[in-house]
Every structure is written in C-alpha cells, then in structure tokens.
Design a binder for this molecule. Structure first.
Ligand code: NAD
Length: 258
C-alpha cells in the first residue's frame, strides 16, 4: 500500500522514539521524509530508507527560529515543500514550580510549543496553495490533564492543543487539516529517564519503577507504542480523516477517561 506516495512529510525530532516511529509508518505508505533531531542520524535514517522512500536530514535546533526557517527552506529545496508536518520534537524536566529552573522553562516552551508555531506558519502557504495538507501535533495526555512537577511541559502541551484548534479553524474551508495526538506513556528515552530517576529515588528496581509508573496513571498498565502512534498519524493523513479538524485524540490506555 502506498497511499502517501509523492507526498513529503517533515517530522521534527525523528531521530528517536515517537518521531522515528511516525516517520517509519509514513514511509511505509510511500511518503518521502525530512528527518530532524539530535543524536545518531544514520541508524534511524536507515530504518526509514528501508521502505524505499527518499530521506533528507536537517539538524535544526527547534528552540531557534532562524534554524527552523532554514529547515523549512531546505525541505522546499529538496522536495518542493512539506505536505505533512508532524510537530513532535520535545523535552521534559520535572521539578516543583518554586524550584523550576528558569532556563528549563524557556527551553520547554520554545521546543515543545513555539517551534510548532514557526513550522506551521511556514508550512501553511505551500499547503493552502496545493489545497492539501496535514498538520499533526504530538501533544500528550498532559495537553488535556495535569500532573504535578511538570509545569512547563503541561503548559506547553495545553498550548499546543490550543494552537491545533486555531490552526484547524483558520484552515477549515481548505484541504488542510490540523489535529493533535495525545499519548499516555510511551517507552522512549524521554520516559526511560523518568523511570530511572524514580528507581534511584525510591531505591527500587527499574522493573518495579516501570510497573509503578504505569499503574499510577494508565488503567491499561500498558505502554502505547511509537508504531501505534504512527498508524494514527497515517489515519489523519487518509481521505477518511479529511474532515477531522482541531481534535486532540488520546491514545492513553484510559488515562484521561478517569
Ligand atoms: P525522545 O527523547 O525519544 O525523542 C525526542 C526527539 O526530539 C529526539 O529526536 C530529539 O533529538 C528531538 N529533540 C529534542 N530537542 C530538540 C531540539 N532542540 N531540536 C530538535 N530536535 C530536538 O522522546 P519521545 O518520547 O519520542 O517524545 C516525542 C514527543 O512525544 C515529545 O513531544 C513528547 O512530549 C511527546 N510525548 C511523549 C510521551 C512518552 O510517553 N514518551 C507521551 C506523550 C507525549
């Protein structure tokens, strides 16, 4: 099946975790991919090119608007423009508000929220000109509900759900849709760090810390996988989802049903 053949998808933060999973599922449908993110590039790139699509990488730091502009320009030069924009790059820091490092607050808001404003504003002209586009924002259950010690993350994720709704409304009469995906726990490096910190703090095994983390918030006691989120992104790109606009869809094992 190549339902996205001829389309180009830019996935921010696609060198790891959820972004890589989404890039692979979009590539399986034939979409060419613009990768972005830090760390090893060649390993993840090989996993995407294995599906027979073209892949280009741009290392823009998503906290820097000028680098985001350069990345969008790069995508236009390589592929003509971005048809599918997945705003996924994100970081986490946990601390109470009174002790929250100001620099971490600024970095989380810049990477998890403001970067999506920049990519979106730069992607819209090409998408509206073609009268087809998909903007998929990777929010979180924390875009819908809160947890303590995650002030910047929860603020950024609620913000990106709001940005998704405004984007969808402004484009509602066009063939461009905007929606958010709100995962619960997904076992990626971002979450592994939180599990390891919990194990060290409470002097328990990593296995026990993993079980505790899941049972505390996620009724299914199961992780959502990057592959499942990639399949959800593919659905948002399909004709069946052409009139799904401004939604924040949880994939959270029942977390937000409570
Ligand atoms: P991850 O750490 O595995 O991947 C994050 C990606 O973002 C990496 O590719 C990293 O290089 C990139 N990145 C980080 N800072 C960047 C920057 N300044 N510029 C460019 N790229 C940068 O994390 P993940 O769990 O895959 O998270 C991906 C997204 O999913 C994030 O927005 C996160 O908030 C969201 N999310 C994750 C979970 C979860 O349980 N893992 C749950 C809900 C939402």
């Amino acid at each position: 099946m190549s339902t996205l053949k001829g389309k180009t998808a830019l996935v921010t933060g696609s060198t790891s975790g959820i972004g890589l999973g989404i890039a692979i599922e979009l590539a399986k449908q034939g979409a060419n991919i613009v990768m972005n993110g830090f760390g090893d590039v060649e390993g993840p790139k090989a996993q995407i090119t294995a599906h027979g699509v073209k892949v280009e990488y741009h290392g823009a730091d998503m906290s820097k608007p000028a680098e985001i502009e350069a990345m969008m320009q790069f995508a236009a030069e390589k592929f003509g423009g971005v048809d599918i924009l997945v705003n996924n790059a994100g970081i986490q820091h946990t601390s109470s508000i009174k002790d929250f490092p100001v620099e971490r607050w600024d970095a989380i808001i810049a990477i998890n929220l403001t970067s999506a404003f920049h990519t979106t504003r730069l992607a819209i002209p090409y998408m509206t000109q073609k009268n087809w586009g998909r903007i998929i924002n990777i929010a979180s259950v924390h875009g819908l509900v809160a947890s303590k010690d995650k002030s910047a993350y929860v603020a950024a994720k609620h913000g990106i759900v709001g940005l998704t709704k405004v984007t969808a409304l402004e484009l509602a009469t066009t063939g461009v849709t905007a929606n958010a995906i709100c995962p619960g726990w997904v076992l990626t490096p971002l979450v592994q760090k939180q599990i390891d910190a919990r194990a060290a703090e409470q002097k328990i095994s990593v296995e026990q810390a993993t079980r505790d983390l899941l049972s505390e918030k996620e009724p299914s006691h199961q992780f959502t996988t990057p592959e499942q989120l990639g399949a959800m992104a593919v659905f948002f790109c399909s004709d069946a989802a052409a009139n799904v606009r401004g939604q924040a869809w949880a994939h959270d094992g029942g977390w937000t049903a409570q």
